[in-house]
Design a protein around this ligand. Structure first.
Ligand code: COA
Length: 385
């Protein structure tokens, strides 16, 4: 018995000695890894410093250009300098995508100083795609509950719905702040819109279910059904943009061009806009009805507050959406520069499908592919729903 125990313990000692040899190589490997991490951190901070320096000097040059722009003899040089500056900004933006960024105030408050930068392009894409899917799923659930609420009168289901809205918009504000840190160009208004919608849903949640509430309830549920349907259309458009923009940045993608993307985008927008504007006028109508209801003797403070919130949200949506049209018309050149930068920084050559004066100083001939229109701008295999 004792002999067996002795053999067992000896074999354990031998195993541990073997493992210790393996541990030595793990420790060496880990040391190398930590060294590399230090190197990466130091390279990152050097790049950030250089990047800030570039931006600072670009700012100064921009101010100086403004002064010279008035002189007719400088017109050509100024124009060419401005083009080059747009390209440089796009280059800097692409460089920034692989560098860690500080959290904004909102994220610092709710998450603390945890690093939410995603440095890999594919992971960034996946995160955005997941965000769109998240919106789609919650909208589907919201649609079912609001249809249920139209045909049933259950206070519990009403409260579940309002609570879902508070949670949903609150989650969107966090996800969008993370997207923003990771280079998303989402406009400040849409983020503000989701903060206001969180407040709006919060006020709805605590609105007592008196006669005034029931005067508005049915209209509100129809409004939600409509908004959920519009969100499905919006999802199709946003996801289409996401996949096509990704395809534009791919190395050897000959099937999608900037012109192809733009023609697809305008068709998408012209289809979406009427539905969006009906939604915005519905919001204005909600505001008007609540304003009328605020004179009811049973009206609580929630009624005028909701009316004001619907008014602000609606006006903000209308102004932002109208402002998108001229901005989209101007953005083609920026997009060309951006795609060219993606190719330069990630694949080591310039895009076949974007012209770049920086790489083609004459700026006269455009690569054949840049002129090519390819139907929807995406191969069949890549078409999204
Ligand atoms: N919510 C979240 N993100 C939005 C957004 C919105 N409403 N509108 C635009 N974005 C994002 C885009 O996905 C893009 O992100 P990226 O930089 O990470 O790729 C970025 O903001 C820039 O988008 P932009 O080029 O300005 O607009 P777009 O062509 O993608 O979309 C609209 C334009 C008008 C279709 C879009 O803003 C929209 O659908 N707005 C309506 C929202 C609304 O009113 N909803 C309520 C329904 S009534």
């Amino acid at each position: 018995m004792d002999l067996d125990a002795d053999t067992d313990i000896q074999s354990c000692v031998k195993d541990f000695d073997d493992l210790s040899d393996e541990f030595k190589s793990l420790a060496t490997l880990h040391k190398q890894y930590v060294q590399k991490l230090d190197e990466v951190a130091s390279l990152q901070s050097k790049c950030v410093k250089e990047l800030n320096h570039q931006r600072y000097r670009l700012g100064i040059i921009k101010k100086s250009i403004k002064k010279s722009a008035r002189k007719p003899e400088c017109k050509e040089t100024v124009e060419s300098l401005e083009q080059n500056m747009i390209r440089r900004k796009a280059d800097l933006f692409e460089i920034e995508q692989a560098l860690p960024k500080k959290n904004g105030l909102y994220l610092r408050i709710i998450l603390g100083n945890v690093n939410v930068s995603i440095l890999n392009k594919d992971e960034k894409f996946r995160y955005k795609d997941e965000y769109e899917k998240f919106k789609l799923i919650i909208n589907g659930i919201g649609l079912l509950i609001s249809i249920g609420n139209i045909f049933m009168n259950s206070r519990v289901l009403d409260l579940i719905f309002m609570f879902l809205l508070v949670w949903y918009y609150c989650t969107l504000t966090i996800r969008e702040s993370i997207l923003k840190v990771n280079g998303s160009k989402i406009k400040g208004w849409w983020r503000m819109h989701h903060f206001l919608s969180t407040a709006l849903s919060g006020v709805l949640l605590i609105w007592p279910n008196n006669s005034v509430y029931y005067s508005f309830r049915s209209q509100f549920m129809w409004f939600n059904v409509y908004i959920s349907l519009v969100q499905f259309l919006q999802f199709r458009y946003q996801r289409g943009c996401l996949y096509r923009l990704r395809a534009l940045g791919e190395r050897h993608n000959m099937d999608i061009t900037i012109e192809g993307f733009h023609s697809w985008m305008w068709r998408g927008l012209s289809f979406l806009f009427p539905f969006l504007f009906i939604g915005y006028f519905f919001q204005l109508y909600n505001s008007y009805v609540l304003y009328q209801l605020s004179y009811d003797p049973n009206a609580t403070w929630q009624v005028p507050v909701l009316s004001a919130l619907f008014l602000v949200v609606s006006l903000g949506n209308i102004i932002t959406t109208v402002a998108i049209i001229p901005q989209k018309l101007r953005e083609q050149i920026k997009l060309k520069s951006r795609v060219s930068s993606i190719h330069k920084h990630f694949y080591g050559h310039t895009a076949n499908n974007s012209d770049s004066k920086a790489d083609n100083p004459t700026g006269k001939s455009e690569p054949a592919n840049a002129q090519k229109h390819v139907g929807d701008g995406e191969p069949e295999s890549k078409k999204t729903s």
